[in-house]
Ligand binder design. Structure first.
Ligand code: ZN
Length: 648
């Protein structure tokens, strides 16, 4: 299999392998197959959540693409790049920065292509292209100020009406906040994640929730997901899986959040079986208020070797909690059911496609995590692909001062990264407790950054603990050093290659990495970590690994306090001071160095194809192949899984 598929703009596309799929029993393959269908079936939901004109934009762009047989010239190449970017981000806003991107082709060419559109291609009819619609379309494509940002997290503005996402219509931030405050105060069950699976809108002056369910918003896509899940339910591995799946199926019928919580609890408690999945309205990064969740899906099965390591960590979860450098008031008295599995991804969907996370820890509801624990997975096949790719580009060499650091990275980078992910997901997200009355919404737009910072700090603090080699999780302390080098290098230098000059750090994970790296660099006063400039190139060199570890511990203590107390002001202060702004001179320098390497900073993945093999009306096998390319897969998904109607 060829891992590299293609690159365009700031994106590279890889394929991922699914080792061991062929060896699974037919029943397991079918379970995976139908779960996989349910994962792709929700694709349109994310597109619409990202912006209310996004599906329309996609339809028109794809129609142009399909009805132009002469695909040549610079303008056309720009068009292809633009379409590929729109596919990648499920809309015209960059998937990472959430800022609007605009194409290189001209309005004139666009007009010509529109005029040449054949009636019926991609279901486009004349009435879809009315002057009013076209004018909106042109603003979506060419005007960077129109719907300029998908997620605006600037607290000085009304974050709701200035965000281009489609979670809210005609309501302000103030109205939204008081709506949910009132909803919560009136509810019998105050623990529900109010607003998680709905769009908030105004009908005749009254604020109303449009709930995502079969009979509600996104009904025609949810109906398909629901049907595939029912087919999957025939092939479950055990009784518990049956119960869980039935709860999810029932939840999609009504959108009842009580059912969703019941489902999450059962899901987290179901540990048997080799196959698992995520399917639903899960992550709230796309909403500046952290209320509304985007749709996502992953199907996965166990990676036995990596899981053994993860189980060692899970076994010592209590030890990790006890020994954390954190005020005992904020520690859990007892660690419940943390399960950590290394898995191979089989199908990615919604918000996990084509850009995929490396690890996942769910459920998100804080009270379920405290009372029932959480499930953590690291996606081994995805992260191995990532790592393989980055070593061959000269990227590490460019941003490291000495060859010893490069050697450590090549030798131990992958193994320590995998360990960090285990620690981040299992020990990090699984630990700590909230004070009475504090909820995960207390920190508002800073909530996810603080939570990711906390999880990363657990990973960093324990990485350099002798316990790691004692438990056989790291071969030696050099591996831990490799990880510290890599983390600091990324947080202070290399991750800003993903950001345009002049822009701030926006994405939660990037903010948390910069926050940590900048904080320890500053507190170490150029002693622990030293900035060195050679031949006009900046480097950060760690002089004292022991002291650096102590600084990680100090910061962890403070971050845990902020989280447990719901201290919004402190969260704002620390995130804005360390996580958001970039030194402009350094940024310019890093971008210039990076430019010369010609490596796209972002990565996405194509799903493998899964095909049912029929003989005499009986399914006798499911086969996997990696033959597809990026455009074909996107067009295929739009055609076969385009279950939602565009806004026009
Ligand atoms: Zn995390």
């Amino acid at each position: 299999m060829n891992v590299f598929a293609e690159k365009f703009d700031d994106i590279k596309i890889f394929r991922f392998e699914v080792p061991g799929f062929e060896k699974l029993s037919l029943k397991k393959k079918l379970f995976i197959y139908y779960l996989g269908q349910a994962t792709i079936a929700g694709r349109d939901i994310l597109w619409d959540q990202h912006g209310k004109y996004n599906l329309y934009l996609r339809d028109v762009l794809e129609a142009i693409y399909l009805s132009n047989p002469q695909k040549e010239g610079e303008e056309w190449e720009s068009f292809e790049v633009y379409l590929k970017k729109v596919w990648f981000s499920s809309g015209p806003h960059h998937h990472y920065s959430t800022e609007k991107f605009t194409p290189e082709f001209s309005r004139k060419s666009f007009k010509e292509w529109l005029n040449n559109l054949e009636e019926g291609v991609n279901k486009i009819k004349k009435e879809h292209l009315s002057p009013g619609n076209i004018s909106i379309l042109e603003k979506m494509i060419f005007d960077p100020k129109f719907h300029s940002k998908r997620v605006n997290t600037n607290p000085a503005e009304d974050m709701i009406s200035t965000s281009a996402n489609n979670f809210y219509e005609d309501v302000t931030q103030g109205e939204t906040e008081s709506f949910y405050k009132e909803l919560r105060s009136k509810a019998d069950n105050k623990k529900l994640s109010f607003g998680l699976n709905s769009r908030l809108t105004k009908v005749n002056g009254t604020i109303k929730e449009e709930v995502y369910c079969i009979k509600g918003k996104y009904g025609s896509a949810i109906e398909k997901i629901h049907a595939y899940l029912k087919q999957a339910a025939v092939y479950v591995e055990n009784n518990e899986q049956q119960i869980v799946l039935n709860l999810l199926i029932e939840f999609y019928e009504t959108g009842d959040l009580e059912l969703f919580d019941q489902y999450c609890i059962k899901w987290v408690e179901t540990l048997g079986g080799d196959i698992d999945y995520i399917n639903g309205f899960i992550e709230t990064y796309g909403d500046p208020l952290g209320i509304k969740a985007t749709w996502e899906g992953v199907v996965q099965f166990i990676d036995i070797e990596e899981t053994k390591k993860a189980e060692v960590i899970a076994e010592y979860a209590g030890w990790f909690e006890q020994n954390a450098p954190v005020n005992p008031t904020y520690k859990k008295d007892e660690i419940k059911g943390i399960s950590l599995k290394a898995i191979n991804a089989v199908v990615l969907g919604g918000d996990c496609y084509p850009a995929s996370p490396l690890g996942i820890n769910l459920p998100n509801a804080e009270w379920i995590r405290e009372q029932h624990g959480s499930k953590s997975v690291t996606l081994t096949n995805i992260s191995n692909s990532h790592h393989k790719a980055s070593l061959s580009t000269g990227f590490t060499e460019e941003f490291t001062l000495n060859s010893e650091e490069v050697r450590l990275e090549k030798e131990y980078g992958a193994i320590s990264d995998n360990l960090h992910t285990h620690l981040h997901e299992c020990v990090g997200h699984g630990s700590g407790k909230m004070m009475e009355g504090v909820t995960s919404e207390s920190l508002k737009s800073y909530g996810s950054v603080i939570e990711e910072t906390r999880a990363d700090l657990y990973g960093l603090y324990y990485m350099y603990d002798p316990k790691m080699t004692e438990l056989g999780l790291l071969p030696n302390m050099d591996a831990a050093k490799a990880h510290y080098n890599g983390y600091i290098r990324n947080g202070l230098l290399t991750q800003i290659t993903r950001i345009k000059l002049g822009s701030d750090v926006e994405q939660a994970h990037m903010r948390n990495r910069q926050l940590i790296a900048r904080w320890v660099y500053e507190k170490g006063e150029d002693q622990v970590i030293k900035k060195v400039v050679e031949n006009g190139k900046s480097y950060f060199v760690i002089n004292d690994y022991e002291k650096l570890r102590i600084l990680f511990g100090d910061l962890l203590n403070e971050i845990q306090r902020i989280k447990s107390e719901g201290d919004y002001e402190a969260a704002k202060q620390i995130v804005e001071s360390y996580g958001v702004k970039i030194d402009q001179d350094l940024h310019r320098e890093v971008l210039e160095r990076f430019e010369k390497l010609k490596v796209p900073p972002f990565t996405g993945f194509l799903n493998p194809n899964y095909t049912l093999v029929n003989r005499d009306g009986e399914i006798e096998d499911v086969i996997v192949d990696y033959e597809t390319n990026y455009s074909d897969q996107m067009l295929y998904y739009s055609k076969e899984y385009g279950f939602l109607k565009p806004a026009f």
